[in-house]
Design a binder for this molecule. Structure first.
Ligand SMILES: [Zn+2]
Length: 493
């Protein structure tokens, strides 16, 4: 038997930052290469202070040091510029396979050596591309120069397909999670079989995908299952249907403006609000970035996708807009195209119904649901100022602010959240949390592991690995508790 091992670099006893190194005889590949946001925020703040070099991130312990088998793991930075494939040194790591597009799984991907193949699900790649295009270019983490489909170092895969160019037999299967295009993997190393769930749940609109994955996993008879346990430290037992019912009841009882804070890639949640808006005779209004990302995904046949031509896009008062925003807005407004605009962004904008300004939201508050994200309070500030100018502040009073994403779990988010709450108070809106998690509920995880006849599990992406061990005491599942950066030998089966 050859050498088989796993080394988990981040995401051990913490949520996010997942980086799992798989050793298959002489081949090495990563599952996810994410960013641990809380640790990052100990040193940086978006968008004002950002990392400058890869060495800095290594020194701060935010990414693993490129020693021993990880030699040449990162791109060769020459004179401040990241390298082309031809200027890169040989790396033992052949590939990195991403389970889904959340940045706690993909955030450090573009620091990697350009000889390493990055494998994304099609939808994850589209989302990642959008993030790279709409983000800050000066950030080393989003400098993807040298990576591209045309260079052969970005591969896209679909559910049921095998990952190319690996000796290991790795098959991707779509699972239910709070971003479309999320995958679990079955990994056959020849003598040992492992599986990785990625982030997943069994209570969302796409739970049948998780059931199909469970069937495949049962037949696969994995020796080890690397599984997530996010919910163990913060349990939320609501389903997406519960969110829909509660939101519908709440919105039907209001004649005022509804603002809903939704995680920007949670298309299931957006679709829930799209349905609720229709049943309450309201129209959904999106912020520009959310609308542009959505438009980029509109040809992928995503289940439960809102009809873009029924949606409005909020027009911020800001006078100067960057090129992509100007182009996108011109498309939404159906203005004539001219050569200084980006045709691509203009055409994305054309897919939407129209623009809408703060004045209209204030004048007819019971016609709309305004969707925002990331604890943004810009829109609330603008609505306040505009309503004062119009002398119509009373029309905004008594609205409802639905927090439909998880509440902050980091200090910096906390600070922003406090400001948001203060603006909600100033507008005299009611704060109302209604959320269902993107992660598997503990009881569902137990049923899942029973169903697939799990033998050994390795819990990651959790702050409660010991709880999981206790929680599974009444089963035959053996819990292998990982230690950050320490090799787990897979030859003990
Ligand atoms: Zn996730």
């Amino acid at each position: 038997m050859g050498k088989y091992s796993l080394t988990i670099y981040d995401g051990v006893n913490e949520i996010g930052g997942t980086k799992i190194l798989v050793e298959n005889k002489s081949e090495l590949f990563f599952l996810d290469f994410g960013k641990q946001h809380s640790k990052w925020l100990e040193y940086y703040e978006y968008p004002f202070s950002l990392p400058k070099t890869i060495d800095e991130l290594i020194y701060l312990g935010l990414i693993p040091p490129p020693r021993n088998e990880l030699k040449n793991l990162y791109t060769n930075v020459i004179g401040g510029e990241v390298s082309d494939i031809k200027d890169e040194c040989e790396s033992k790591v052949a590939s990195c396979i991403f389970s889904h597009a959340h940045t706690d799984h993909t955030g450090y991907a573009f620091l990697l050596n350009r000889r390493i193949k990055l494998n994304f699900g099609l939808c994850s790649w589209r989302i990642t591309e959008a993030r790279l295009n709409y983000g800050l270019k000066s950030n080393i983490e989003s400098n993807y120069y040298g990576f591209g489909l045309e260079n052969g170092n970005i591969n896209v895969f679909k559910s049921g397909s095998k990952i190319e160019d690996l000796d290991a037999d790795v098959t991707a299967f779509a699972v239910d999670h709070s971003v479309p295009g999320s995958y679990g993997f079955l990994i056959d190393l020849g003598d040992v079989r492992i599986a990785y769930t990625g982030d997943f749940r069994w209570h969302g609109p796409a739970r049948n995908l998780t059931s199909i994955f469970a069937d495949k996993l049962k037949d696969f008879d994995a020796d080890f299952i690397i599984c997530e346990g996010t919910q163990f430290s913060n349990i939320n037992s609501l389903t997406e249907l519960d969110v829909e019912r509660e939101a519908e009841r709440l919105i039907k009882s209001s004649r005022k403006l509804i603002v809903a804070n939704v995680s920007p890639l949670d298309i299931d949640r957006l679709y829930t609000f799209f349905k609720v808006a229709r049943s309450c005779n309201r129209v959904l209004v999106l912020n520009m970035k959310l609308a542009a990302i959505l438009a980029r995904l509109s040809d992928l046949n995503i289940m439960n996708f809102p009809s873009l031509n029924r949606l409005l896009v909020y027009y911020p008062e800001k006078k100067r807009l960057v090129k992509w925003k100007r182009s996108f807005m011109a498309g939404v407004a159906k203005n004539e195209y001219y050569s200084r605009l980006s045709l691509y962004e203009y055409e994305l904008g054309l897919k939407f119904r129209d623009l809408i300004r703060a004045e209209e939201l204030i004048s007819n508050p019971d016609n709309y649901i305004l969707v925002t994200s990331y604890y943004s309070y810009d829109e609330l500030m603008e609505l306040y100022r505009c309503s004062k100018q119009m002398n119509k502040f009373d029309l905004l009073e008594g609205g409802v602010y639905i927090m439909s994403t998880s509440e902050p779990f980091q200090e910096e988010m906390e600070i922003k959240f406090e400001k948001l709450k203060n603006w909600i108070k100033i507008l005299r809106m009611m704060y109302y949390p209604i959320h269902s998690s993107g992660h598997i509920r503990p009881l569902d995880l137990k049923s899942f592991l029973m169903e697939v006849k799990a033998k050994n599990i390795i819990p990651i992406h959790t702050e409660a690995q010991n709880f999981i061990e206790n929680f599974l005491k009444d089963t035959n599942v053996n819990v292998v508790v990982p230690v950050k950066g320490k090799k787990i030998s897979l030859t003990c089966v």
